[in-house]
Design a binder for this molecule. Structure first.
Ligand code: UDP
Length: 363
């Protein structure tokens, strides 16, 4: 009677880590599966090691790279693994192709699905993440909604499963690991050299797959009033290289270009930044943690995390330099006090999720 925890990408590993820790604390039997969707060490294995998670019991090496073929391959490989494991429930987190594949494999084999971080909606149909989260939400048995806003989305869509408002496990993860960040903060900051800087990330398909948007992003970096620290996502690096724009980025002054960071290093950079510019989902949430408390310019035309906007942390500004740069100047010149609590929960989401899962196992 086991629980299957399936992950495949960086944010899934980070946000499932507190759930795995909790399963272990409660002595619940589980199998940890990694689909290999992110396979580079710095996008995957580094997080399993840093967060002291067990090595995945099952992991795949994917040979396909286009989204539909990769989803097909993951479904087949997951089905083969599930046949031997016979789990009672399969837990997925977020909005990736991994969660769609795992959900299809699970539901076709009669396994219950629990969706951690259910109910987020960007209402932007260009985003593959929006397709994935909507499909998974409609076939899940347990929908772990991080907030009341997410719950309302699910109620309005009349999803089939049970909805539980739990908070987001990203806050649990920060609580668990912030002590480790403090240990290496001085070293990380010594390497960055800037004391006053913006931390930026940029990798969403609808942004980096569009050459004009990539050029706009470079223009924002070129004209930024503060130095920018930029850990570059592999997808963004590939797109910049394909468009012949990598050397332009490398030649920019006041940019600290770096490979994707480990979690602790990234949190140290976030904690010490003046503000954040990103198209990431998770970073919008992390910015609201009381130990981080940062303004975020969301370089997109929508967000599925409106709670960060309502609480005053985030502004959705798009990627047009004529909009983003004035917003940036405005934030830098006007000090606005941010709340001391996060709208994404109290750090007990993983406890609530594991309690619900374990009580379901015995009913
Ligand atoms: N992150 C990291 N290193 C980096 C950039 C991000 O550890 O160089 C972490 C970040 O703290 C957050 C997660 O990765 O927890 C966000 O992942 P990503 O932006 O890839 O995905 P999204 O949240 O947009 O789905």
């Amino acid at each position: 009677m086991s629980i299957l925890v399936v992950v495949g990408t960086r944010p899934e590993i980070i946000k499932m880590a507190p759930v795995i820790r909790r399963l272990e604390e409660k002595g619940l039997e589980y199998v940890f599966v990694h689909t290999g969707q992110h396979h580079d060490y710095e996008m995957s294995r580094i997080f399993i090691e840093e967060l002291e998670l067990p090595s995945p019991h099952v992991s795949f090496k994917l040979s396909n790279s286009s989204p539909a073929s990769q989803i097909g391959e993951m479904i087949i490989k997951l089905e083969n693994s599930l046949a031997g494991l016979k789990p009672s429930i399969l837990l997925v987190e977020g909005d990736t192709n991994t969660i769609l594949s795992a959900t299809i494999a699970g539901i076709k084999m009669g396994v219950k699905i629990g969706h951690v971080e259910a109910g987020l909606r960007s209402y932007d149909w260009r985003m593959p993440e929006e397709h994935n989260r909507r499909m998974v939400d409609h076939v899940s048995d347990h929908l772990f909604a991080p907030t009341d806003v997410a719950k309302r989305n699910l109620v309005e869509e009349k999803v089939w499963g049970s909805i539980h408002v739990t908070g987001n496990t990203v806050i649990d993860a920060l609580n668990l690991y912030l002590g480790r960040v403090r240990e290496l903060e001085d070293k990380v900051m010594g390497q960055v050299k800037f004391t006053d800087y913006i931390l930026a990330t940029f990798h969403r398909a609808e942004n980096v797959d569009d050459p004009n948007t990539l050029r706009n992003f470079l223009e924002i970096l070129r004209r930024s009033p503060l130095p920018v620290v930029l850990p570059l996502h592999p997808r963004t690096r590939r797109r910049l290289q394909e468009q012949g724009l990598m050397s332009q980025l490398e030649s920019l002054e006041k940019i600290r270009l770096m490979p994707p960071c480990g979690y602790f290093e990234f949190l140290a950079l976030m904690k010490n930044a003046r503000l954040l510019m990103t198209d990431s989902g998770g970073i919008q949430e992390e910015a609201t943690h009381p130990a981080i408390r940062k303004h975020v310019l969301v370089l997109r035309s929508s967000t599925e995390r409106p709670e960060a906007v309502s609480a005053g942390f985030a502004r959705v500004v798009g990627v047009d330099p004529t909009v983003v740069l004035p917003e940036l100047e405005n934030l830098l010149s006007n000090r606005v006090n941010l709340p001391h609590s996060s709208p994404f929960g109290d750090g007990k989401a993983s406890e609530r999720i594991v309690d619900i899962v374990s009580s379901d196992l015995y009913t």
